[in-house]
Design a protein around this ligand. Structure first.
Ligand SMILES: N[C@@H](CCC(=O)N[C@@H](CS)C(=O)NCC(=O)O)C(=O)O
Length: 222
């Protein structure tokens, strides 16, 4: 029996954590349903109440997998990406080479647990274009670290597919929202990184996410 996936995400204009597993799920090619929860909603039902219907952790994204009469709930962006990589080996969401795979995991974990100033100062506004604000030194350092890491991965593996580790992987999913932020706030990047960002923004999944974000802005909910 085929599994039935439902991905619960937040307002697409803002929910950077939701974009990550969305990219991974789209890369698998598996059909899925989507539930979009409006973030920053104060009136009843509030965002908190809406999310509580799906996860005790009180955060989106959440993936539910209905299979063989059971429903498994997976929360947290990286756990969902890992689960999808395990369930869809054909999608090659982790590099097949063990050294590259270890590095891709390090990149993904670094993003998942790090870059707090970047996340605080350059919040995701997927479909908006905003002048670069005055950046704190810590934010500048984190931007420089990400650019250096991308350049290193692209120089070693990028020729074999154009993504960080060649073939599109969880590492690209984890940094997808950073690509969006760099575009939104006009962050200057070297040419090789610009080409990588263009490739990411051209993915059908990124375009669909952008179109949905624009609809939220037009509807006045983002
Ligand atoms: N570590 C979590 C972070 C998830 C997270 O912080 N999600 C935000 C939306 S992007 C959220 O659910 N916020 C709850 C709220 O706005 O009430 C992950 O990787 O999924």
């Amino acid at each position: 029996m085929t599994a039935r996936y439902t991905l619960i995400v937040g307002t697409k204009e803002w929910s950077s954590w939701s974009l990550r597993p969305y990219l991974a799920l789209r890369a698998t090619g598996a059909p899925f349903e989507e539930v979009v929860i409006q973030l920053r909603k104060q009136e009843s039902p509030t965002t908190k109440e809406l999310i509580a219907r799906y996860s005790p952790a009180g955060r989106v994204p959440v993936l539910t997998i209905e299979e063989n009469g059971e429903t498994v709930t997976v929360w947290d962006s990286l756990a969902i990406c890992e689960t999808l990589a395990e369930r869809h080996p054909e999608a090659k969401l982790w590099p097949s080479n063990s050294g590259a795979r270890a590095l891709a995991r390090s990149y993904s974990a670094e993003m998942h647990s790090g870059f707090p100033d970047l996340r605080d100062q350059l919040t995701m506004e997927f479909a908006r274009r905003i002048p670069t604000p005055p950046l704190r030194d810590a934010t500048k350092d984190q931007i420089a670290r990400i650019i250096a890491a991308w350049e290193r991965a692209l120089a070693h593996y990028g020729s074999d597919g154009g993504f960080l580790f060649g073939h599109f992987s969880v590492a690209d999913c984890m940094y997808g929202p950073v690509v969006s932020r760099f575009v939104t706030y006009g962050i200057a990047v070297p040419e090789a990184v610009r080409r990588y960002m263009d490739r990411m923004m051209a993915l059908p999944a990124m375009k669909d996410w952008g179109a949905a974000s624009q609809k939220e802005i037009d509807a006045g909910i983002a």
